[in-house]
Design a binder for this molecule. Sequence first.
Ligand code: ZN
Length: 344
Amino acid sequence: MIDVESLKEKLIARVHASEAPAEVAKAPEFRELYAQIPSLPPEDRGDFGKRVNELKKAVDDAIGQRKAELATVALPTIDVTAPFDVNSSEPLLLPASQGTLHPLTQEIERVSAIFNRMGFVTEQSREIDDQFHMFETLNFPKGHPARDDYDTFMTVETDQDGDPLIAPAHTSTMQNRVLKKYQGNLAQGEAIAVVVPDRTFRNEDLDARHEHTFYQVEGVYVAKGVHAGMLVATLQKFLEEYYGRSLNVRVNPFYFPFTEPSFEFALECPFCEDGCSVCSHSKWIELLGCGMIHPNVLAAAGIDSDEFTGFAFGCGIDRLVMMKHNIEDIRHLESAKLNFLRQF
Ligand SMILES: [Zn+2]
């Protein structure tokens, strides 16, 4: 016979020593107790059952106590000097749920989408290119003085001519490639219409308006009978779409080796009626360079300039973003400063 009282002490001691106290409630000793019942005289069975129930209750109470004790022990010690609550998870530096597209990326996508609706396809530029695409194909022969206007970075590695590779100073480096790639359009009576919004580089003295890394959208359009009026109309349409209002534009003569004639393109300030800080109170903003593609550039891509003509333009995207958001310093854009980026 098992003595109920001594079993109670034994089981409660077992609960106090256990890391998994609930297991004690399933102890084999309980089965042995129940197995004794048939051998007891009928008049003792009621009392025995009552004592077994008391035993079970005492063990359950001990299990509850032990569980509470184990739960307390499992808590980490609190470090009152910790910069966050030790009982909560460590805070993330930049929660992914709060991330947004960089303001430049937003504008590149927007510019690209407007031109896509106007029938232009978007191509990417390269971050390392050769001098053949940077200069020769754009009508800057070796030794041409205008090459000096494009002071950029060079690598130690050289191209097949022995010239250093360069970080492109404009996305016009892609003109020759896209003219060749889409030349089949001309044979089918369609235009070559491409924009290249991408990253460019210059060896600049950095200040609020000059950055060594910036973005430019190059546009190229070639077909039969293209003239300068189409160039002005295309840019005006783009800018009106971009700023969501009708705008006057004006062109002034300029010089680029790869366009003839070349223009400096200005638009009426979209931000004011009577002058503001964006337009330096002149009511006009000189925005981009453009012109009719030089016959030598078409010839370099194997296009007959007697049959086809075209226009090209190059516009700084950083400038568009800065004017749009009233950003006073171009260096913020590549700074990766979170307090700047979180505003977009
Ligand atoms: Zn203005």
